[in-house]
Design a protein around this ligand. Structure first.
Ligand SMILES: Cc1cc2nc3c(=O)[nH]c(=O)nc-3n(C[C@H](O)[C@H](O)[C@H](O)COP(=O)(O)OP(=O)(O)OC[C@H]3O[C@@H](n4cnc5c(N)ncnc54)[C@H](O)[C@@H]3O)c2cc1C
Length: 390
């Protein structure tokens, strides 16, 4: 059964998958719709919501085949990896019917509006506010680092709906139509030169009553659930084989540049190989367990940490193998710009989705049972929290 599926996936990918990275979102959407029509999107999601209703075995078989091609899955990562699974966990039947199929087809792209200028690692400190208005809600505030908001149609946003209860209890998650009046997206350029995240301003944005995901006041639990899916998604996200900072690409480059025999290069490459295997095995295990009913919960932080560690070691190896060409290069050196971009991109893996420090803290608190960091205002109403530095 899985062999049949795997062979079908291989044949379809051979005939339809791009050979070169797809730059335009419109083409990525077209490919995603074709993927869905062919029966390869949402492999484990329920059929009634547009999925294929198949098992983890088929999903893994497809991923293994797909890895050989530069599939344009990036625009859909937040929807399919994080928001879709959270809606499957907590959404109403209407929300699932309304949102999941267009998400799977790439018709509607999603973003996640959690982080704020003053609330990144400490998401529970957020100040974006939603107040009831008639049957619905009105939301005001500012978000930052919102990946894909520059083209997303929908977002999952966390807002404070009750400032008079302790900070973790007064938060609600909503879905917001990014085309609503009062939503303003301002792109930010990162140090690789790309626009990959944005500031988002929410100015008296009106939301209907059925925009609430889960329970009013239950936003922290919904966020923890989504962050759990996020860690698994980030750690499972396997770099394509030709990624310039993969072991395969780096060892080929080292041979090409005649430095493969160098002791330092050799050691660096061995570290990358080990870290790559470790990250892959850990992610596969956590992902498999999660889909068999044992959610990774705080253990997912180990997968996220492994992915961040791999990014750091791979960046060190890029610097070793590329030498000065990783920073400045002669025109015509085709590999160098990609290596430089890989170097500059590496730190983001240790920040996005929660920093390494925060993952270590989660493991310490909730997996190892070590003493928690003191939080004197944990049980105080949010409106009475201490602010400022005085
Ligand atoms: C590429 C990228 C994409 C992103 N995409 C999104 C997105 O789509 N949606 C979204 O909502 N957010 C997104 N983010 C934001 C990301 O989740 C935050 O940057 C991250 O959670 C850290 O928050 P911060 O930047 O506010 O840093 P801060 O919380 O200000 O932390 C600064 C430093 O202090 C450390 N620190 C903070 N608190 C503690 C503590 N208690 N103990 C020890 N160390 C601590 C941190 O580890 C960090 O090193 C993205 C970030 C990046 C880099």
């Amino acid at each position: 059964m899985t062999e049949d599926f795997s062979a079908r996936a291989a044949a379809w990918l051979e005939g339809n998958a791009p050979r070169e990275p797809v730059a335009k979102t419109v083409e990525a959407r077209r490919f995603q719709a074709a993927l869905h029509d062919a029966g390869f999107a949402g492999i484990t999601w329920p059929v009634e919501y547009g999925g294929q209703g198949l098992t983890e075995a088929e999903r893994r078989a497809f991923d293994e085949r797909a890895r050989r091609f530069p599939l344009p899955s990036d625009p859909f990562l937040i929807g399919l990896g994080m928001i879709g699974p959270t809606l499957l966990d907590l959404g109403t039947p209407e929300q699932k019917r309304r949102f999941l199929r267009p998400m799977l087809r790439g018709d509607e792209i999603w973003c996640q509006l959690f982080s704020e200028p003053g609330a990144g690692s400490d998401v529970a400190g957020l100040t974006t506010r939603a107040r009831r208005d008639g049957g619905g809600w009105v939301i005001d505030g500012q978000k930052v680092w919102t990946s894909r908001a520059e083209y997303a149609e929908w977002g999952a946003v966390l807002a404070r709906t009750d400032p008079d209860v302790p900070r973790h209890r007064g938060i609600t998650m909503f879905v917001v139509d990014m085309r609503s009046r009062g939503v303003r997206v301002r792109p930010l350029r990162d140090m690789t030169g790309a626009i990959r995240f944005n500031e988002v301003f929410l100015d008296a944005v009106r939301l209907p009553a059925d925009a609430v995901v889960g329970a009013v006041g239950g936003g922290w639990d919904a966020a923890v659930r989504m962050l759990g899916h996020e860690r698994i998604t980030i750690s499972e996200r396997r770099r394509p084989r030709d990624h310039p900072a993969s072991y395969a690409a780096l060892s080929a480059l080292a041979r090409e540049r005649g430095v493969a025999g160098d002791r330092h290069v050799h050691l660096r490459l061995a570290e990358v190989y080990r870290a790559e295997r470790l990250a892959e095995l850990l992610a596969a295990r956590l992902g498999q367990e999660a889909r068999h009913g044992r959610p990774a919960g705080p253990r997912g932080s180990a997968g996220k940490l492994a992915a961040g560690r791999l990014a750091r070691l791979a960046a060190d190896a890029v610097a070793e193998v590329a030498g000065p060409a990783g920073l400045a290069w002669v025109p015509g050196d085709a590999a160098a710009p990609r290596l430089a971009a890989a170097l500059l991109d590496a730190p983001s893996a240790r920040i996005a989705g929660g920093t390494d420090e925060i993952q270590r803290q989660i493991i310490g608190d909730r997996v190892l049972g070590l003493p928690r960091e003191p939080a004197p205002d944990r049980d105080l109403p949010f409106s009475r929290r201490a602010t400022g530095t005085g």
